[in-house]
Design a protein around this ligand. Structure first.
Ligand SMILES: C[S@@+](CC[C@H](N)C(=O)[O-])C[C@H]1O[C@@H](n2cnc3c(N)ncnc32)[C@H](O)[C@@H]1O
Length: 161
C-alpha cells in the first residue's frame, strides 16, 4: 500500500470513529480533548461534532495558520505529557490523540505514557480514540464501526472508577 493510500485510510478511519464516539457518548459530561492540533482539520471536525462542549487542544509546535482559530484559553501550548497532566482526573468525556509520527520506534514509545494519561483524564463512560493502541487499567476496547479495518484506529471506553 502506498503512503498516500495509508494516509487516506487513516484519516477516513479517524473521522468515522470520531463520528461514532460522538453518537455513542450521549450525555456523558466533560471536555473534549484533542491531542495534536497540527493543521487543525480534526479540531474543526470536533467543533462541528460537539458544538455545545468545550474543545481543548494541545500542541507543542503551533503553526501560524489563519484557518485555525482556537478560542483564547483552549489552545494549550507545550508537551502534552506535562500540560495535560495538569487537567483534573475525570474531566474529559472524549479524548482524541493524533500524535503518531509513522516512525515505529517513536510511536511505540507512546505506550509508556499516553494510555495511563488517557485513563486518568477520562470520566466513566467517556471515549478515547487514537491511532496508537490505548491499553491501561480502566480502559476497555469499544466495538468499532465496520467501515474501519481492524487495527487501523483504536477506540476505548472508560469503565467505572
Ligand atoms: C499528525 S499531527 C495532527 C494532525 C491534526 N489531527 C490535523 O487535523 O491536522 C500531530 C501533531 O501533534 C503534535 N504533537 C505530537 N506529539 C506531541 C506532544 N507530546 N505534545 C504536544 N504536541 C505534540 C505535533 O506537533 C503535530 O502538530
Amino acid at each position: 500500500m502506498s503512503r498516500l493510500d495509508s494516509f487516506i485510510r487513516r484519516l477516513s478511519a479517524q473521522r468515522d470513529i470520531l463520528n461514532q464516539a460522538a453518537a455513542d457518548l450521549g450525555d456523558v459530561p466533560g471536555l473534549v480533548l484533542e491531542f495534536g492540533l497540527g493543521g487543525g482539520r480534526t479540531y474543526d471536525h470536533l467543533r462541528h461534532l460537539f458544538p455545545d462542549r468545550r474543545v481543548v487542544v494541545f500542541e507543542s509546535v503551533p503553526l501560524d495558520n489563519p484557518l485555525v482559530q482556537v478560542p483564547r484559553g483552549d489552545l494549550i501550548l507545550g508537551d502534552i505529557r506535562a500540560t495535560a497532566a495538569g487537567f483534573p482526573a475525570g474531566s474529559a468525556a472524549l479524548i482524541h490523540a493524533d500524535i503518531e509520527t509513522g516512525v515505529a520506534e517513536t510511536d511505540a514509545a507512546l505506550a509508556n505514557w499516553l494510555p495511563e494519561l488517557v485513563s486518568r483524564l477520562l470520566t466513566p463512560g467517556g471515549f478515547a480514540a487514537s491511532g496508537a493502541p490505548l491499553v491501561a487499567s480502566g480502559l476497555v476496547a469499544a466495538e468499532i464501526t465496520p467501515s474501519v479495518e481492524a487495527g487501523r484506529y483504536h477506540l476505548v471506553r472508560r469503565t467505572e472508577a
